[in-house]
Write a protein that binds this ligand. Sequence first.
Ligand code: CAA
Length: 275
Amino acid sequence: MLADLTNSCTIVSTESPAYNMIKTETQGRVAIITLNRPKALNALCSELFHEINDALARFDNDSGIGAIVLTGSERAFAAGADIKEMKDTQFIDNYKSNFLGHWVEQINKLRKPLLAAVNGYALGGGCELAMMCDIIYAGEKAVFGQPEINLGTIPGAGGTQRLTRAVGKSKAMEMILAGSVNLDAQEAKTLGLVSAVFPPETLLQETIKTATKIASKGAVSVQMAKEAVNQAYELNLSSGLHFERRLFQATFATKDQKEGMGAFAEKRKPNFTHE
Ligand code: CAA
């Protein structure tokens, strides 16, 4: 079954020749994962997601990497979960196997920043995958939507939760209930779903530029800052402020804090060592 869904396009990467549906590369301290299942518009079948998870785990554990970029093609970031793969599955199997649970396992525990560079379709699970990332940049022709209702189902990988937090209840309801109300890149930016829009051909380079900037900072404070921002979605304000203050205080135990503040006082650029 999976073999049928796999495109003939097998990528040979110097880092991991085993991947069939993604390409991976590094540029300095930035890792780039490119979804590469073009004939199915990067529909997220199990094999593709397992490869994404594997690459994410590998880069998260690589001390030479400071940020990760996830992207697709100009036509599609990802057109959703693989409808053909899941259409005949039964509730009992999905429940027992915790279907889609593996989508969030790795991304939820990822310590390094993950930036999405979204060109083309980001629909259903594709939109949800983008929203699992820490920063979303969009190409001018990007399309964000949650069309699951048209298939007789609902978003299953965070769409009802993350989209609502990102764009507000009314717009999220409109998109999810009507199934045909998509956001173009500018609307997505206006609503706060994405933080910047670029021409399709420069999107990836712009995303890598920001990732490179992030990766040049002290890795420990970057990780702590990511943890603190993510807690804004989980905690009430006083608990979140408490969490943030404790992490802020903890940064004073790092060499990078001494280097960063010392460099400012000495009017020079800091040289972070990620310690
Ligand atoms: N699953 C499986 N295959 C898909 C797919 C998907 N989600 N999206 C596209 N494809 C396949 C098509 O079946 C087609 O394959 P064939 O050439 O073998 O027929 C190929 O990709 C190209 O697609 P189209 O011919 O449809 O291209 P288009 O340009 O005419 O339309 C599109 C593009 C509007 C994105 C359309 O493909 C589409 O509507 N796709 C489905 C989008 C969708 O409903 N996503 C939600 C999935 S459910 C989900 O994601 C649940 C969740 O919350 C996790």
